[in-house]
Design a binder for this molecule. Sequence first.
Ligand SMILES: [Zn+2]
Length: 70
Amino acid sequence: MKYCLNCDWHTSATDEPSARVRSRRAIEHHVETGHTIDSSDGVVPPRIPDVPDEIFVRDLVPSSSPSTGD
Ligand SMILES: [Zn+2]
């Protein structure tokens, strides 16, 4: 299945039998929302590391200037 790390969006063989269509929908969701899509061959999403998002942000963005959003 494919699922979104930012919201509860997901698609699986149960929802859409075609893997090609699932990939397409995942890409569309990413393009439309900017969310991160992950995938798994299993039926249950793998555990997401228990690390606060803030740490990732600090690691990826050296600048301390806060985001003003859209
Ligand atoms: Zn999403």
